[in-house]
Design a protein. Structure first.
Length: 106
């Protein structure tokens, strides 16, 4: 990674952070000064969803994240095909999700 001045940015990634956390939905809220993303996990047989990570961003960083996600989704779809959010096919047959979808919504 390089910053705006062309210098290389070094990242420190601990083994605990490198393991990552699983999230199958997010709740995003904002104020005038920040965006708050609660990443949560909801699994069958568990009554409550658990927030596994909270990320707080300045508005400018939230917009940069949006643009980075858009770019990565476009590159993903170029490599692997479109990501479908459809729940039924053209003949109204149910389409099984590729990922967990705790709320049954697209």
């Amino acid at each position: 990674m390089t910053n705006q001045k062309g210098n290389q940015l070094q990242l420190d990634l601990t083994p605990e952070t490198a393991r990552g956390v699983y999230s199958n939905f997010a709740i995003i809220s904002h104020s005038r000064t920040e965006f708050v993303m609660d990443l949560a996990s909801s699994l069958p047989g568990i009554d409550k969803a658990q927030v596994v990570s909270r990320v707080i961003l300045a508005p400018e960083h939230a917009k940069r994240l949006l643009l980075a996600l858009q770019d990565n989704v476009m590159r993903y779809e170029k490599d692997f095909g479109p990501i479908s959010l459809e729940t039924t096919s053209k003949n109204n047959a149910p389409v099984p999700p590729r990922t967990a979808n705790p709320f049954g919504e697209a």
